[in-house]
Design a protein around this ligand. Structure first.
Ligand code: FE2
Length: 364
């Protein structure tokens, strides 16, 4: 029998290190409709950082800034700019998760420890993944507080309406040329994930630039990590541009699921979020390519939402432009209608759209 040595209940939270967490927190509330629920910082006895916890659906984003120029958070931001530091995984046994992975070769960042306050205790432990990114195992079955011990509830006087963001569908990592298979092997051997899909440079190349991608998934399919590496093209791959500006491997995008993408993207656009644009010719033969869909074509075209079909159904998706000035992290909004794939039919149109942006930045 094949026992899953690292059972995961899902993503617990994603923590970003950012230059100005107070202002970023307002951006995510205003533009993406997240609710501010908790805070830790000097007022809660944490001297070296301020952290804001934002929630929508099952998604928890933590935004953290350092209080001083010294230390690992400031170093991370100086090197990488704003970016994802922690992909935290919700487990029933943090100590066992840490032991199972470190005995299989994971590099420990923090051995299991217990955090406590009046609401109970949480066990956490962390291991390294690609670049400076880490996975933190979070065991919270004995905790009833707002987030983690050390955080206090915090509300904002500004409460935007949520826009239908439900959960994190997948988180994508960009790694160096020739390193994709190493990281796929890490997820397979160290974390017990399975290889789900492989895209080679024939699937994902435009006239100019290319990339390769493999998707790994945990046992129950709740956690999916596509891993990209650049491939040889006539010009610079979008993955190379990311690596040049993030200064190494890191999280390229988080895909967030919605069950009404037309509403979600309409709201995001109204609130100023910028998206990649595909040419209107994309929509001319769309229904020939994907067959019958429930949505009207016009709002999809107006909002520039893409559609792709696989054997099990179809999906709707759209990608934001990078959400900081460095061309690094961005978001995908995805609505699945049966399809479990990642929009392969859209790769060409999308990558051409990315290349137009790279060209404008002088990075192609
Ligand atoms: Fe994606």
């Amino acid at each position: 029998m094949n026992v899953d040595f690292l059972p995961l209940n899902g993503t617990d939270y994603v923590e970003l290190y950012v230059g100005n967490a107070k202002q970023s927190a307002l951006y995510y509330q205003y533009a993406f409709g997240y609710e501010l629920i908790a805070y830790s910082g000097p007022e809660t006895g944490i001297r070296d950082r301020a952290s804001y916890v934002l929630k929508q659906g099952k998604i928890r984003l933590i935004l953290t800034s350092p209080m001083q120029p010294e230390g690992p958070i400031a170093d991370h931001i100086r090197l990488h700019g704003d970016g994802v530091k922690v992909l935290a995984l919700w487990v029933d046994d943090a100590e066992k998760s840490w032991k199972e992975t470190t005995t299989r070769g994971a590099v420990s960042v923090e051995a299991p420890k217990t955090l406590s306050d009046q609401f109970g205790s949480v066990k956490v432990a962390s291991i390294k993944t690609y670049g400076d990114t880490i996975h933190t195992f979070v065991e919270r079955k004995d905790y009833s507080g707002v987030f983690l011990p050390g955080f206090m509830p915090k509300k904002s006087s500004y409460t935007p309406t949520p826009i239908g963001l439900q959960y994190i569908d997948h988180c994508v990592g960009n790694v160096d040329l020739g390193e994709m298979n190493k990281w796929v092997a890490f997820y397979e051997n160290v974390m017990g994930f399975k290889l789900l899909i492989t895209f080679d440079d024939k699937d994902i190349s435009t006239e100019y630039s290319a990339l390769m991608s493999k998707v790994v998934s945990n046992g129950n399919g709740y956690v999916k990590f596509p891993i990209n590496e650049p491939a040889e093209g006539k010009k610079k791959s979008q993955i190379e541009e990311y690596l040049d500006f993030y200064k190494g491997p890191g999280v390229q995008h988080m895909a967030i699921a919605t069950d009404d993408i037309i509403h979600t993207v309409g709201e995001l656009r109204k609130r100023g979020v910028e998206f990649l644009e595909v040419p209107s010719s994309y929509y001319e033969d769309l229904l020939d390519r994907v067959g019958k869909i429930d949505e009207d074509l016009q709002p999809l075209k107006d909002l520039n939402i893409l559609v792709d079909r696989d054997e099990e159904g179809y999906l709707l998706q759209i990608f934001t432009k990078p959400i900081q000035d460095r061309p690094t992290l961005f978001f995908e909004i995805i609505q699945r209608k049966g399809a479990k794939s990642f929009g392969k039919g859209n790769f060409k149109a999308l990558f051409e759209a990315i290349e137009r942006e790279q060209e404008l930045r002088g990075n192609l």
